[in-house]
Design a protein around this ligand. Structure first.
Ligand SMILES: Cc1ncc(COP(=O)(O)O)c(C=O)c1O
Length: 707
């Protein structure tokens, strides 16, 4: 056994989780329990699973707190003494560690940021982003409530009682400090911050400009001219609908997910000095939902960046893909977010699988509800979802039987096995003589049998020998099909549009001619609609463009709602009844989880008739592309929202165009070097799609043109 490989640190320091278990500034003791509750909920372990090297450091507990009605001086002295201890502790942590401080009430921040400023002192100033519903900028002279947790920002800026403001360490420079999300303050606080020159991004401004934009401005304030910066997150900044477990909830706060997205921007910042999360109240979080958000915020901010993750993928993964240089962490609708919080328009749609976009709420609900009930039984038993899916598939697509599998290639294999057995049992082809005909330029998957059908040298090279009885004919040429058919031909396997082959659209009427030829020769016409089916080409099925009903129909990709692999082969009894128990199967095929999602997909599909939108928008986009057509473009083609932009072979490569588009926030890929592929989620709206087309034309027009 080789020795275990230690997990790599990446470029990030080890995160030291420090508990500041004090509520000396709060009107109640609740927040003091927060660090223990978050540690018990497994926060460091969760961070470790997400690629962050995190270690629980210490939980600093204060001595018995003074009574709530004790004189202010006594309470300030206690809070100040605790802040000193915390500052000393943080200042002494190893230089290559990154502190994550879990409060406590917000008064602990005086200790956190004085300690962190000391760590940075030799190199320069500390910048600070204070995310909070409140301004926390009272002093003991101005406070209305008498609560010290309303004072830490003023103290860090050097104002107020010496007990707090005098905690050893550099004062914050107001020019490098800003507040984000404020929506509840008293005049004295705003006057103080305004006088000092601290920038306040109110909730009103966040709503108007978007948190992402505001947060980028906040980063500029905290980073420009500083040696490092920190983020102090008071959880009451978040809307109480998602974060009720705080001491002082204020309505209309930050959207929790938008905050997590913004915090991802920190992953791109090598100068993060510390993160602090305060004012969590475990007693109001019986189901742990708020603790999960705390972990999500920490993970968003401290997780590995693009470079570290790509390095791991390259180091530990087989090199059978060469992904573009982006690492996505979240998807919603037509948008994807990378680990540094950048947003991209998804013009790939996961090779047409994400037809309803990412995380469609109805599909996610179907998935999670079913996952909580029953996900897998194997087909040694029946489950209560699969029969409903089988019936729905047969009724909707007009076949007598369906056979469920997982990936598209399994469905293609299933179809080929059915066709061969049908040839022997029904057609009377001599044993082991059955032939399958497919088309040049096809893509049906990557198993040995299926790449045996491929005409692409790279897909085949080194993987032979292949099964016998596989033949190819030119795509779009019915005459060639007829000439290739022999008495032993079992099936003709064809894609209504060759997607991976370069978005090749056959001449109109091609499939109906093929169907007629197959009928005459008693050959099965099997349509691989893994990519073209379920609305992609502007009709329910790609075959519908030619009014053809194939003898066998292969569905996949979009059937799983972009959530998990669900595919199926559909045919009538004469074909499907060749299968007897034990002939064919798969452990996961027909599982109730996939069936529940696919049922919801089909419901959504017929409810929205999304193919009509795909037809209209696809035609509009092709027209718009044609009207602007940059000189390097040779041809624009496609059906519905499956569009190919072919570039001149002696001009710039489509791969280069895809990289440049990525830098403009548009994610797509080339196929076969010269074709740029557009297959966005079918739910994309017209304005967004037009933006995509205009961006593509701008990028293509700016490429060096050689032809
Ligand atoms: C037409 C077609 N058939 C089959 C497949 C294989 O599907 P999977 O990758 O799910 O195995 C693909 C995948 O791109 C495809 O486009």
């Amino acid at each position: 056994m080789p020795p275990p490989i230690p997990l790599s640190r990446g470029s990030r320091a080890t995160v030291r989780v420090v508990g500041a278990a004090a509520a000396l500034g709060a009107p109640g003791a609740g927040p003091a329990a927060a660090p223990d509750a978050l540690l018990a909920a497994g926060l460091p372990e969760r961070l470790n699973i997400r690629g962050i090297l995190a270690e629980a450091d210490a939980v600093l507990r204060p001595p018995a707190p003074p009574a709530l009605d004790a004189p202010m001086a006594e309470r300030l002295a206690a809070a100040g003494a605790y802040a000193r201890r915390l500052a000393d502790h943080l200042a002494a942590l190893p230089a290559d560690s990154l502190p994550l401080v879990l409060g406590g009430d917000h008064s602990v921040a005086v200790g956190t940021w004085r300690g962190i400023a000391r760590r940075l002192q030799a190199r320069g100033a500390l910048g600070l982003i204070w995310i909070d519903a409140h301004l926390d900028s009272h002093t003991d002279a101005s406070t209305h409530s008498g609560n010290i947790h309303g004072m830490p920002l003023a103290a860090l800026l050097g104002e107020g009682a010496e007990a707090l403001s005098g905690v050893p360490g550099p004062r914050l420079d107001p020019a490098h400090v800003c507040v984000v999300g404020a929506r509840a303050w008293e005049d004295e606080e705003l006057e103080r911050l305004t006088r000092l020159g601290v920038h306040v991004f109110t909730m009103h401004e966040v709503r108007r400009r978007g948190l992402d934009t505001v947060f980028r401005d906040a980063l500029a304030i905290a980073r420009n001219g500083t040696a490092g910066f920190g983020v102090s997150l008071d959880l009451d900044a978040v809307d109480p609908a998602a974060m009720p477990a705080v001491l002082c909830p204020e309505p209309d706060g930050l959207d929790a997910q938008a905050l997590a997205d913004a915090l991802h921007l920190l992953r791109g910042c090598g100068d993060v000095a510390a993160l602090e999360i305060v004012e969590y109240l475990p007693e109001r979080d019986p189901r742990g939902g708020c603790a999960a958000w705390v972990a999500a915020f920490a993970e968003a901010a401290l997780g590995p960046g693009t470079h570290a993750l790509r390095e791991k993928e390259h180091r530990f993964g087989a090199h059978n893909y060469a992904p573009l240089p982006v690492v996505f962490q979240r998807g919603e609708g037509v948008w994807l977010w990378d680990v540094e919080g950048r947003r991209y328009l998804d013009m790939m749609g996961a090779y047409s699988a994400a037809a309803f976009g990412h995380s469609h709420p109805r599909l996610v609900r179907a998935l999670t509800e079913q996952a909580g009930r029953l996900a897998l039984t194997s087909r040694a038993f029946s489950n209560d979802r699969l029969p409903l899916l089988l019936e729905r598939l047969c009724v909707m697509f007009g076949y007598r039987r369906a056979l469920p599998v997982n990936t598209g290639l399994e469905a293609v294999e299933t179809a080929l096995k059915a066709a061969r057995k049908w040839a022997y049992q029904v057609k009377g082809v001599p044993t082991d003589a059955a032939e399958i005909i497919a088309c040049h330029g096809n893509f049906h998957g990557r198993s040995i049998a299926i790449v045996g059908l491929s005409s692409v040298a790279q897909y085949r090279h080194g993987f032979g020998p292949f099964p016998p009885g596989l033949k190819l004919v030119p795509y779009g040429d019915p005459q060639a099909l007829e000439e290739a058919i022999t008495p032993s031909t079992a099936a003709f396997l064809v894609e209504p549009v060759q997607a991976e082959g370069g978005i090749i659209v056959p001449p109109s009427g091609y499939l109906s001619r093929c169907a007629e030829i197959c009928r005459r020769h008693n050959v099965l016409l099997i349509a691989d609609e893994v990519q073209t089916g379920l609305g992609r080409t502007g009709r329910l099925l790609g075959c519908d463009h030619d009014g053809v009903r194939p003898d066998g129909l292969i569905l996949g990709k979009a059937l799983g709602g972009g959530l998990l692999p669900v595919s199926a082969f559909l045919a009538d009894n004469a074909v499907m009844d060749v299968f007897q128990p034990g002939d064919h199967g798969s452990t996961f095929g027909g599982n109730p989880l996939g069936a529940a999602v696919a049922l919801e997909v089909l419901d959504l599909l017929f409810e929205t008739r999304i193919w009509e939108h795909a037809e209209r928008l696809g035609a509009h986009l092709r027209e718009r592309l044609a009207a602007r057509r940059p000189p390097c473009v040779r041809e624009i083609r496609g059906r519905g929202l499956l569009i190919g932009i072919e570039l001149h072979p002696d001009g710039p490569s489509a791969a280069l165009a895809a990289e440049l588009l990525l830098a403009r926030g548009l994610a797509t890929r080339d196929t076969h070097r010269s074709v740029l592929r557009l297959s966005p989620p079918l739910i994309i709206d017209q304005d967004t799609a037009e933006w995509a087309v205009d961006t593509i034309c701008d990028v293509l027009a700016a490429l060096p043109q050689r032809h």
